[in-house]
Design a protein around this ligand. Structure first.
Ligand code: CP3
Length: 354
């Protein structure tokens, strides 16, 4: 791609040849970096950081200054969408995200607006435009959203949950209400991601962090169905370029064939699946992103390098692999270990592309 100095990440998502395996880290801009904490302090709090396009751009670029990453990811949060629907997002220190007005019944669902991405979420689009300008073609920019199911878990529970009893009560006792909510979220996410693409996101990823809490039948009906609707509604080509779409269901290893059948370009894998088996199952349909256990970054660099080699060998020779962690980087990981990880992927992957 003429306007990109490094397009390995996009090429790998489209299963085209690359010189070395591209790598980025979920949550690469975050609390494990002291410079991130300093910029967040300057913004005041996390949501003020998200709402400030210049500072959101600054923290997006911080990990790229330290490491030879092959992609940047928009600094924002999946919960900006429910916030824009009027739920009142706030973060309680040590407790994670919370909503002032959770969604509990059909009346609450009917009242929810579908946000206009250039209005209520205009600060996200401004961040995308600012980051694209500042990246100046160094690496591609990834846009993202939560999946309807994952967003709904926070909206109905009122915050983070372990057992998901409130939303599962809605799922089993009032499934039509949940379907109305998920459908509204799918429509909101289509508008939101298409606006990110128009603002400059060169690929998009859908985070379905909690799809793995469902049975296989319920996963298809309440999560995958709506991600499929989103994949169908996305701008797959923009300014004559393919815009690759990655689906990531944490704990979704059993359902990868069904996920690949949505027509997405790539699947994100957590660390509980063996990437060689996954490649045999769906590698002729989609690219694969993953899948080192994020806790491996606590180990000494020599052990991290060994694990990188193991995963590269498991994927094997050829195209269609984007290296990543199986979930977000932990906040107490030593930054030098992340550097050892990124360098190891580039250094050790060359023989797999000859
Ligand atoms: O990857 C990146 O660098 C881009 C930024 C990004 C953030 N959140 C920044 C963030 C992305 C892609 C997300 C997605 C997100 N947010 C998900 C899906 C991915 C996943 O991790 O499973 C989810 C479930 C959320 C919701 C959310 N936001 C949670 C559970 C938390 C943690 C709360 C806590 O205090 O631990 C957040 C806050 C958040 N989002 C932080 C960051 C860097 C930390 C907040 C801080 O700086 O204090």
């Amino acid at each position: 791609m003429p306007d990109l100095k490094n397009d390995r990440y996009l090429r790998a998502l489209l299963r085209q040849p690359v010189d070395v395996t591209p790598v980025w880290m979920m949550r690469q801009a975050g609390r494990y970096l002291p410079e991130y904490k300093a910029t967040r302090a300057q913004a005041g709090d996390f949501m003020s950081l998200c709402r400030n396009p210049e500072l959101a751009c600054e923290v997006t670029l911080q990990p790229l200054r330290r490491y030879a990453l092959d992609a940047a990811i928009l600094f924002s949060d999946i919960l900006t969408v429910p916030d824009a629907m009027g739920l009142g997002l706030y973060f309680e220190t040590g407790e994670g995200p919370r909503f002032t007005h959770p969604v509990r019944n059909a009346t609450d669902v009917a009242r929810l607006p579908i946000p206009d991405p250039e209005q209520e979420l205009g600060y996200v689009m401004d961040a995308v435009r600012t980051i694209r300008r500042e990246l100046a073609g160094a690496v591609p920019l990834i846009g993202f959203s939560g999946s309807p199911w994952t967003l709904a878990t926070y909206m109905v529970e009122g915050g983070s949950s372990k057992a998901f009893t409130v939303i599962k009560k809605m799922l089993f006792a009032e499934p039509q209400t949940l379907h109305l909510l998920l459908d509204k979220l799918a429509d909101s996410v289509i508008l939101y991601l298409n606006a990110q693409i128009k603002a400059g996101a060169q690929s998009v990823m859908i985070f379905d962090t909690w799809g793995g809490a469902l049975s296989g039948r319920d996963y298809r009906e309440f999560s995958l169905h709506y991600m499929h609707k989103i994949v169908d509604g996305l701008l797959r080509e923009h300014e004559a370029r393919r815009v690759p779409v990655t689906l990531f269901t944490k704990g979704g290893g059993q359902w990868l064939e069904a996920m690949a059948a949505t027509g997405c370009d790539a699947l994100g894998l957590d660390w509980t699946t063996d990437i060689s088996e996954v490649r045999a199952r769906v590698g002729d349909k989609v690219a694969l992103q993953g899948n080192m256990d994020p806790s491996m970054l606590y180990a000494p660099p020599a052990r991290i390098e060994q694990e990188v080699e193991t995963i590269l060998t498991a994927f094997g020779q050829g195209n269609g692999h984007v290296f990543n962690l199986g979930h977000g980087i932990h906040q107490d990981v030593p930054p030098e270990h992340a550097g050892a990880f990124v360098d190891a992927v580039h250094r050790l992957s060359r023989p797999f592309h000859q």
